[in-house]
Structures are given as C-alpha cells and as structure tokens.
Design a protein around this ligand. Structure first.
Ligand SMILES: Cc1cc2nc3c(=O)[nH]c(=O)nc-3n(C[C@H](O)[C@H](O)[C@H](O)COP(=O)(O)OP(=O)(O)OC[C@H]3O[C@@H](n4cnc5c(N)ncnc54)[C@H](O)[C@@H]3O)c2cc1C
Length: 365
C-alpha cells in the first residue's frame, strides 16, 4: 500500500516559482511539501541565466548567485551571414548573469529554512480520489493536500493530467563557450531569419558566455543545427572560441499566459502558467513573482478557510502582465505572419523589444 502524507499545500516543482511559493506558505506556519523530480534541485539548468536587475531589489534574494553585471544589450540583425554583415543597435540594459543552479538552490534552501518539507527525486504522477500520487525513489506516496501549487515547468505534467495544453512551446538549445575577450562584449541578441520566431543570444559571464538559440519548431533548421550554425558564426566573428563547457536544452512557453491559471484547488505558476515573455522568452522573474503571490494567497485561503481568496492570484497576475503580454502577442502575430515574406530588418524593427517600433500599438489586434 502507498505511503500516505497530509499537508496544507503540496508544491510540485522546485524551480524559482515552486520554491518561492513553498517559502511563502511555510513562513505562515503551514504544512508544506515541495517535491521535484530532479535528484539535485537546480541541476541541470536549461537557462541563459540573464535576469533583470530589479529582481534582486523587488525580492530579498541571496545575492551570491550573481556572477556578472550587464549594462547594455546589443541587437544585431543578421543581414549576410557569410560576409558577417549586421545591422546593430545598442540600448542600456540593467541585468545580471546568475549562476542558475545556485539561484534555484538558494530558493529551495529558503523554503526548507521556513519549514517546508522538501523532497527531490519525487515526481508527481497523477491524481486519484485519495489525492496526488508521487513516485519517490521507487516508492509510491499518496499526498492529500488542501491546495496544490503546480510549478512544474513548461511541459507541466499537472496540466497534462488535467487535459490542458502544453504544446505552445519554443525550443531552446544552448552551450557555455569560452569567450575571446572576457572584458569585451555586452549581452548580444542576434535576429536571424533562420531562427524562426526566436533569436540567438550571447550572454557573457566572465571567461565564458552562454550562447544559445531559441526558435519555434518549423520545417526550417532544427534547433541543434541552428545552434551549430550560430556558434560557427560567433567563432568567425571573433566573439567565442571553439569548444564548450556545458550543453543544455529546454522548452519555453511561447504564447503568453495559459488560462485557466486556477483549476479548483490547483494554482499554476511560472512556466506552467505560461508566464515567460512571448517575445524574449525570459521567465525567471515572472516565476519568482507568481510563486510569491500564489504562496501568499494560498496561505490566506488556508488560514481564513476562505477558498475564494485564491482568485486574487489571477487578478494580480493579470494586472501585472495582462497588458504587457497582450502587446507582446500582437507583435508576435506580426512577427510570425511576416517572418519570411517582408524585409527582415523592417519586421525586426517593428517587433523586437529594443527597437522604437516595438512600442507602437498594432491595429486590428
Ligand atoms: C534554453 C533556455 C534559456 C532560457 N534563458 C532564460 C534567461 O536567460 N532568462 C530568463 O528569465 N528566463 C530564461 N529561460 C526561461 C526560464 O528558464 C524559465 O522561465 C524559468 O525556469 C521558469 O521557472 P519555473 O519555476 O516556472 O519552472 P522551471 O524552472 O522549469 O522548474 C520546474 C521544476 O519542476 C520540476 N518538475 C517537472 N515535472 C515534474 C513532476 N512531474 N514532478 C515533480 N517535479 C517536476 C522540474 O524538475 C523543475 O525543477 C530560458 C529557458 C530556456 C529553455
């Protein structure tokens, strides 16, 4: 017979969203179980590790995960790859490159310090009338919880078990490469017609840089071929050296918030809720924010025994991201419709966040 556990809140997934949520609930003195299928929380990350500067001022986060300061973001539209011709623009950008495993681990440690029970190597496997089924190091565990926070990433198995979609994803392939001039480049984004609905990035972090490509699945280049094409171009441009220290890949929800964000007593957070930005794919800050708010309102619902309080979670997310994402999605629509059949630099000027044209509203959306 399966082992039985009871708690106020079960949090599934110990990425930034889940660990932050678990910390918020546990710090109210409630019983929280935080589970993650990985044997070691935070590893291996699928991430460019670029976060906005404000993340560390909005939330009290351990700063020991910061590895590099980013002051500007250069955008290069690839005009002629073989001749290495680019149209370049540069804007101020306040951000940090973080050590993502350390960042995620710090958040999980804060959850533990607040009183959450954290279990790695433990995967959510499904729902029964008795509660949630977990597979944990060969054992089956049944968890009965008043509320569930689903923070299990872009391909959320909680969503899938509820029959909700997760097929809206961009694919990201990345490697950590040695950099030619560690004091040299700013963060650079490469917009290339070959990277359908996405872009390439070079995010420096001292002696190495995260270089990657995110794109929508299409009949064009595969993500692996796009990464190889991209790194070849960076080597020829003199930005990185051959070889790599780490490789990683993953999925990013590409089309904004996934509704509903709440199903009965289950709240979706972070990538499971589709909170990555539809144009840039950045989602760490949104994961922390959504985890924080989900934790706050679930804790209120438990302590006041008022389940309707959790609806505030969706209201707050809509208030913060609703308009911004609606605008981003209008740009994405233009981007995808005109990717291959208009002047590419013009499309980028209208749809990429660093250009003035991005601010202009799209009609008929
Ligand atoms: C290649 C790539 C580069 C990126 N670069 C950046 C960047 O530079 N900046 C940025 O802001 N964002 C970036 N992102 C997006 C960012 O990584 C995500 O938005 C962020 O990780 C979302 O956090 P999360 O907590 O919602 O989900 P995740 O970090 O994905 O965490 C989900 C957790 O759930 C666990 N899990 C999954 N299924 C189960 C299950 N069944 N049972 C138990 N646990 C489970 C997973 O093991 C994982 O630990 C990138 C994404 C990719 C793929």
């Amino acid at each position: 017979m399966a082992k039985q556990l009871q708690c106020d809140v079960l949090v599934i997934g110990a990425g930034p969203a889940g660990s932050r949520a678990a910390m918020r609930v546990a710090s109210e003195g409630l019983d929280v179980i935080l589970v993650d299928s990985k044997p070691r929380i935070g590893e291996r990350p699928h991430c460019g590790e670029f976060v906005p500067y404000q993340l560390f001022s909005e939330f009290t986060l351990n700063k020991n995960s910061i590895v590099h300061r980013i002051n500007s973001l250069e955008t290069r539209i690839v005009h002629n790859k073989s001749e290495l011709e680019f149209k370049t623009n540069s804007v101020q950008s306040n951000g940090f490159l973080i050590d993502r495993p350390k960042f995620d681990r710090n958040l999980a440690v804060e959850a533990v310090a607040s009183g959450a029970l954290v279990m790695s190597s433990s995967s959510f496997a499904g729902f029964t009338d008795q509660g949630c089924v977990l597979k944990s190091v060969g054992d089956e565990i049944m968890v009965k919880a008043k509320y569930i926070i689903a923070a299990d990433g872009a391909h959320s198995s909680v969503r899938k078990k509820l029959g909700l979609f997760t097929d809206d994803c961009t694919v990201g392939f990345q490697l950590e490469a040695p950099i030619v001039d560690p004091s040299g480049p700013s963060a650079i984004v490469f917009l290339d017609r070959d990277f359908f609905g996405g872009y390439g990035w070079l995010f420096p972090k001292g002696a190495t840089a995260n270089v990657g490509v995110g794109l929508l699945p299409s009949n064009g280049l595969t993500p692996a071929a796009a990464l190889s094409d991209f790194t070849g171009m960076l080597i020829r441009t003199g930005l990185i050296k051959p070889g790599w220290i780490a490789r990683t890949s993953g999925f990013i929800p590409g089309f904004g918030m996934r509704f509903p964000l709440i199903v009965e007593n289950i709240l979706f957070c972070g990538d499971a809720a589709g909170l990555a930005h539809p144009i840039t794919g950045a989602g760490i800050a949104q994961a922390v924010f959504s985890g924080d708010i989900a934790g706050e309102f679930v804790a209120k619902a438990v302590t006041t025994r008022t389940s309707s309080i959790i609806n505030k979670y969706q209201d707050i997310l809509l208030g913060r991201y609703g308009g911004v994402y609606e605008h981003a999605l209008s740009k994405k629509k233009v981007q995808l419709e005109s990717w291959g059949n208009r002047d590419f630099a013009e499309v980028c000027g209208q749809t990429w966040i660093s250009f003035k044209g991005y601010k202009k509203r799209e009609r008929n959306f």
